[in-house]
Design a binder for this molecule. Structure first.
Ligand code: GLU
Length: 549
């Protein structure tokens, strides 16, 4: 067949050559071992936690090696696109500290970088130049099979338990003559462009995966679609050309793509392009039902799959990224233990240390990481972060802050410190108003008294305490007063003495404090009670004590 003529027939309007394009995209000049990585989402606006995870790793790898991290928008599927989807992606990643060196920009903004356009929808001509070249070399051909014909092929393959795909005897259009093709084109019949796969049954290829090591797989033998009937490339084809031209050194993507690797390997080969390294990352999973029933975090079923969830819940972004790093690298936690105050950017990340099977998303672990992160933040930073968050997500808290910013600042000290020690109660801002409802909401709705002290004894003590209350007490006077009031009523002022003969008493001074704590806060445990009293003030304290009797 005269492939040149076929190429002209299909791509008559394409005048540029592959060489012209290659000239426009010179190889990058970067330090040795510099990594060029990318994040290449569809502009759906939705950011999955797995996307953030991949972006974080890709960006880290580029930054630590003096390379480039860029954003490419894979918008070849118009059905999935939403308005401002790209803006959403850029701004939410930015909140997590992930920024691009180059690539697609928010709508209306100019792109940064010399390797664009960075939106696939703007790269149509480039794909066609490469496709034309494949046709000229006899490595691609038009396929006019209807959806119905393809469906029949699929059904037959299913029934006969054959591998799916367009290959061998099923690849009907592979053998069309130039005349037959011309006839179809004259009739304006719809067609897709397919690869004429040089693959052979029985041949094997190796994927040298940066995380998993070598993976052997059968060579691709199917004549996959390169350009859809509207001329838009498939993911397979577009990513090959883009990653090559944009100089990607390592493609970091979800492991659902491993099975398509043989196609990609072959596409690079037939196009004469150097294949980048690949790193297929395991998805983030959750337990569903039974002990061992793991499944991927699902956009549809799991609110925690969306990064919006973490904003809403009020996790500091550092907590989320810190936690994701603990999943991403088996070396991270040890490093963090040795370097508690170092910036995450100082950690040297290695793909080889990534898990090969899906890590479980563990909210308890996230909370524990977050408590550590929060414990390290100073009060001013905390105040600012919480105020910003509450303004969007928590009306009650925002109201409290607006009414008395000074009291709010005091309240942070109250739950942050225990004397000189730092407390680690808070994992996210969303739990503040419940955990400290006695500060941010007011009078407790119920009181969790320890039933060990009979109610009448409790009331007796509370009444006596109110009688003797003096708001000007300092913290040690305050404690002395609890002892003094309690002792005649059977509360032993000395814990040791009480423990030696508990039957001689109603309780100890600790029980007396417990009564006051529950009366004032509703809870059995809280940060320093004296500080709480000082914060809520005399009037409110007495009101709560009275109402609790
Ligand atoms: N656009 C592809 C996706 O959203 C990206 C895969 C890749 O990174 O190559 O799954």
């Amino acid at each position: 067949m005269d492939c040149k003529r076929l190429a002209e027939l299909l791509f008559g309007d394409i005048k540029l050559t592959m060489e012209d394009i290659l000239k426009k995209y010179p190889r990058r000049v970067l330090p040795d071992k510099a990594e060029v990585t990318r994040f290449s989402p569809s502009p759906t606006g939705y950011m999955h936690i797995g996307g953030l995870y991949a972006a974080l790793i890709s960006s880290k790898l580029a930054k630590q090696s003096g390379g480039v991290f860029y954003l490419r928008i894979e918008d070849t599927d118009k059905k999935r696109e939403v308005a401002h989807g790209t803006d959403e992606i850029i701004s939410s990643l930015k909140k997590f500290g992930v920024e691009f060196d180059e690539g697609a920009a928010a709508d209306g903004q100019p792109e940064k970088g010399l390797y664009g356009p960075y939106r696939q929808s703007a790269r149509g001509e480039i794909y066609h130049v490469f496709a034309k070249e494949l046709v000229e070399k006899g490595l691609a051909y038009p396929c006019f099979c209807s959806a119905e014909e393809l469906d029949n092929i699929r059904k037959r393959q299913e029934a006969e338990k054959l591998d799916p795909g367009y290959y061998g005897e099923f690849a009907k259009c592979r053998g069309l003559t130039l005349e037959e093709i011309e006839e179809h084109i004259k009739n304006k019949d719809e067609y897709v462009l397919r690869l004429r796969s040089p693959g052979k049954v029985g041949n094997r290829i190796t994927c040298r995966d940066m995380i998993r090591g070598n993976i052997e797989m059968p060579e691709n033998i199917t004549d996959v679609v390169l350009l859809k009937s509207d001329g838009i490339p498939t993911y397979h084809y577009a990513h090959v050309i883009d990653d090559f031209l944009m100089g990607t050194t390592t493609v970091i993507r979800g492991d659902e793509w491993i099975s398509s690797y043989p196609i990609h390997h072959q596409l690079f080969e037939v196009s004469g392009l150097k294949i980048p390294r690949y790193a297929h990352i395991a998805p983030i999973m959750k337990l569903d039902g039974g002990e061992n029933k793991k499944r991927k975090l699902s956009k549809r079923k799991d609110p925690e799959a969306s990064i919006q969830h973490y904003f809403e819940q009020g996790y500091p972004v550092e907590s989320v990224t810190e936690y994701l790093m603990t999943i991403a690298s088996s070396a991270y936690e040890e490093w963090r233990m040795k370097n508690p105050d170092a910036a995450m950017s100082e950690f040297k990340f290695k793909l080889e240390k990534m898990p090969v099977s899906g890590a479980l998303f563990d909210t308890d672990k996230l909370n524990s990481v977050s408590r550590d992160v929060i414990a390290k933040l100073d009060e001013d930073t905390l105040a600012k972060m919480i105020t910003d968050w509450a303004g969007v997500y928590d009306e009650t808290l925002a109201g409290y802050i607006a009414d008395s910013p000074e009291k709010f600042a005091e309240s942070i000290k109250l739950w942050k410190y225990n004397g000189k020690k730092t407390r680690k109660d808070v994992a996210r801002w969303g739990e503040l108003t419940e955990m400290f409802d006695y500060i941010y909401k007011g009078m407790p709705q119920s009181r969790d008294f320890d039933e060990k002290i009979p109610p009448e004894k409790r009331s007796e003590f509370l009444s006596a305490y109110i009688e003797n209350y003096d708001h000007s007490d300092d913290s040690s006077q305050w404690f002395e007063r609890v002892k003094q009031v309690g002792e005649p009523l059977g509360f032993c002022p000395n814990i040791k003495e009480y423990k030696a003969a508990p039957d001689n008493y109603i309780g100890s001074v600790a029980d007396a404090c417990g009564i006051l704590r529950a009366a004032i806060t509703g809870k059995r445990s809280s940060p320093d009670l004296y500080s709480i009293i000082k914060l809520i003030g005399e009037e409110e304290t007495l009101k709560r004590l009275r109402s609790s009797i």
